[in-house]
Write a protein that binds this ligand. Structure first.
Ligand code: Q0Z
Length: 287
């Protein structure tokens, strides 16, 4: 970091710094988490892949929704962002039934108040993408909430606005990704308000850490799907009989290389740009 910056927050795999009153620096590390545990081994370039993908989507969805990106740093892993008043809801959109979406459907036939047709399977595509807001529970885990609870948190009008923006962003990205061999099963957006009260898309967007990406070629509804990027590392961890408590296992060289190759492949497919070109000049994703 060239200028002085105050550390203001840590995520499992990201750091947040204040540049001044109006700007934040969001830095994606090479750390990887699996089963909610950060592993002791890093995946080289993972942070650059995630930042590059976020910046790619921000550049291509500006007309759908304003966003917080001000500049991409030459390191490829850091984004200068507008500082916003963040909304206390996580805006999840699901196009396929996975994770808690599949669990809720199986138990009730609906997902966050959206009644779905009978007979859908695990990983089935839903007839139309559904908005399923969640909130950070005290445990740090996301907790699904119903529309009424979401409206209590942000107001009815703002909720309708974030729902519409979230669905539009998901449709755009999902159509783009499908043409390039990637299914976006679900994704989570976070929004904030600028000093004029306008809605602004924030945080990271449409990355493998905020979404479930599935390789389209292997898609078979009726069971869980391998995730594009982390599956390799997850399978290795499970093969050890690890109990999924902290600390996680070190990853051997071949698992690191295979995992890195999958992140780089996801970047190349989605951005349509070789990852090496991004490393050479990160701004290539903005053009
Ligand atoms: C994002 C987070 C991370 C820890 C706050 N544009 C913005 N304005 C105000 N606040 C945020 C943003 Cl993006 C904001 N987070 C999530 C990111 C480390 C927490 F890298 N928290």
């Amino acid at each position: 970091m060239p200028e002085a910056a105050l550390h203001v927050g840590s995520g499992k795999v990201r750091e947040l710094y204040a540049l001044d009153d109006e700007r934040l620096l969001l830095v994606a590390s090479d750390r990887i988490s699996t089963f909610d545990v950060v592993l002791p081994t890093e995946i080289p370039d993972k942070g650059r892949v995630l930042t590059g993908l976020s910046a790619f989507w921000f550049a291509r969805t500006q007309d759908l929704c304003a966003n917080h990106l001000l500049a991409l740093r030459a390191d490829g892993r850091s984004m200068e962002c507008r500082r916003l008043e963040m909304l206390p809801v996580e805006c999840v959109v699901r196009g396929y039934l996975a994770g808690s979406g599949w669990k809720d459907y199986r138990e009730s036939g609906s997902v966050c108040g959206h009644v779905l047709p009978e007979g859908l399977l695990e990983s089935s595509e839903v007839p139309a993408p559904v908005f399923t807001p969640s909130t950070k529970a005290a445990t740090g885990h996301d907790e699904n909430i119903d529309r009424e609870q979401a409206a209590e948190l942000v107001g009815t009008e703002r909720l309708e606005e974030v729902e519409q923006a979230s669905i539009s962003l998901y449709r755009f990205a999902s159509d783009h990704a499908r043409k390039r061999g990637v299914l976006i099963a679900d994704t989570k957006f976070e929004f904030g308000l600028d000093d004029q009260g306008r809605l602004v898309l924030a945080d990271e967007v449409l990355t493998p850490d905020s979404s479930r990406f599935w390789p389209a070629d292997d898609y078979r509804p009726g069971g869980s799907q391998p995730s594009f990027d982390k599956q390799f590392a997850r399978d290795y961890c499970e093969s050890l009989g690890w109990d999924k408590s902290d600390p996680g296992p070190e990853l051997p060289e071949d698992v690191v290389a295979g995992t890195r190759a999958r992140y780089v492949d996801a970047f190349g497919r989605l951005a349509g740009i070789p990852f090496a070109d991004y490393v050479d000049d990160p701004e290539v994703v903005l053009r």
